[in-house]
Design a protein around this ligand. Sequence first.
Ligand code: ATP
Length: 324
Amino acid sequence: IKKIAVLTSGGDAPGMNAAIRSVVRACAYHKIECVGVYRGYEGLMEGDFKQMNARSVKGIINKGGTILKSARSLEFKTKEGRQLAFENLQKEGIDGLVVIGGDGTFTGAMIFNQEFNFPVMGIPGTIDNDIFGTSHTLGFDTALNTVVDAIDKIRDTASSHNRLFFVEVMGRDVGHIALNVGIAGGAEEILIPEEDLGLDRLVESLNRSKKSGKSSSIVVVAEGDKIGKNIFELKDYVDENMEGYDVRVSVLGHMQRGGAPSCFDRVLASRMGVKAVESLIEGQTNYMVGLLNNKIELTPLDNAIKGKSKINLELLRVSDIMST
Ligand code: ATP
């Protein structure tokens, strides 16, 4: 391996910059050239490259978002698009590619590897933590801290007015964010796609906690949860079936994807970047680097894409016990 390209693709996440920095510096350490690709696979097809050295990534470890920008690209899903990308990489003498993104990004990388036998390595970057082969994706820990901070603030106003708040958090089809912030923020109930509580049991549980003397309630709802058709319909249902609470909804939205990465995400990104570069140097390809039992390990991209990230059953039980 003489020259490695790095790109960020799909949804952005805090920690992506720290991972770019790590890839660039690991290349410099091993005396390999490194190229940054702008706007994910779009930039790969357009040849939108920038030579990077150890100094090009100064001052970014603490920045949210991604300095390389991210994009979703339909053209890369076509054979012609990927051919273009391959030609651009060849023209530049690039012989290894690190992609930072989610399962869509990995699918693109895997197909690209199969077609052109081009060495690829994936780094999981998404706040949703919905990727198999790693206990933590980049950005997950930062998002948890951001959301807990928001819930603490909502709690202040909820308890001053005897309010019941439904707080919708991100997470796509999985409940990792909701379950963790629900426990950390002291939520009365946590609604996640992995577990269907049912509307009646929700109302029952809220009535119980009201009777036990609680003056406010917070219900954390994962965006992928299907208990109510959407969070506003959920509010209407509880309004009609419960008395004594002023029910409000707060949808936290994209603020969950921003902000300075936490210490955990910075360290994780640094470890993953080094592992990705060194694995390519060792001749490995078609893997994702991930954190398993606090070690950085490789998982075949195919497994990372097809495997299911499971909800932590112990956390589910803890949350049940905490809400009594
Ligand atoms: P996030 O989980 O944050 O959405 P992601 O990586 O899953 O991140 P996607 O938009 O699904 O985000 O994928 C990113 C890009 O990967 C797509 O825009 C596309 O260019 C490429 N990609 C996805 N699926 C394929 C595929 N089947 N073939 C080729 N390229 C693909």
